[in-house]
Design a binder for this molecule. Structure first.
Ligand code: ADP
Ligand code: MG
Length: 134
């Protein structure tokens, strides 16, 4: 799916809100739009507070109106997630959580076998290609 603007990426995230359950892994280079996608997803899930990149705090959690929680991780450049891996395992075990992960390389071994993977790539013209891999 071709994404031509930031707004279209927000809309793509928003459109996932009623399909999503469990875990989404977001794959793509720096600046490609992963966090933008999560902002749209959060809006679609009814989250009113602004969603910002968790790259310094590694994780951020947002309460949904229906009692679930969106937990957003970014493990960029974290070779050894240490205790955060345990925090992730705990959050993955809670069925009330929707867990979205950017830069999941260091935590791949704790992710459930069945989870959604979304790949985002740059096109030469500056647009993005978004693909739901599974
Ligand atoms: P990531 O989390 O992948 O590092 P961000 O979502 O934080 O990326 O940043 C993407 C940046 O690219 C934003 O500043 C956004 O405005 C800009 N942008 C430009 N075109 C697009 C597009 N087609 N889709 C998503 N983001 C876009
Ligand atoms: Mg990001």
């Amino acid at each position: 799916m071709k994404i031509n603007s930031e707004q279209e990426m927000l809309d793509a995230g928003k459109a996932m809100a009623d399909k999503v359950s469990g875990v989404i892994e977001l794959i793509g280079d720096v600046g490609v739009g992963k966090t933008t996608f999560v902002r749209g997803l959060a809006e679609g899930l009814g989250i009113k507070e602004p969603v910002t990149s968790p790259s310094f705090t590694i994780s951020k959690a947002y309460a949904l109106p229906d009692g679930r929680t969106l937990v957003h991780y970014d493990f960029y450049r974290l070779n050894d997630p240490g205790l955060l891996s345990e925090d992730l395992v705990e959050n993955l075990a809670n069925p009330k959580n929707i867990v979205v992960i950017e830069w999941s390389d260091s935590v791949k071994d704790v992710l459930p076998e069945n989870h959604t993977i979304i790949n985002i790539k740059y096109n030469d013209d500056g647009s993005r290609e978004l693909e739901v891999l599974k």
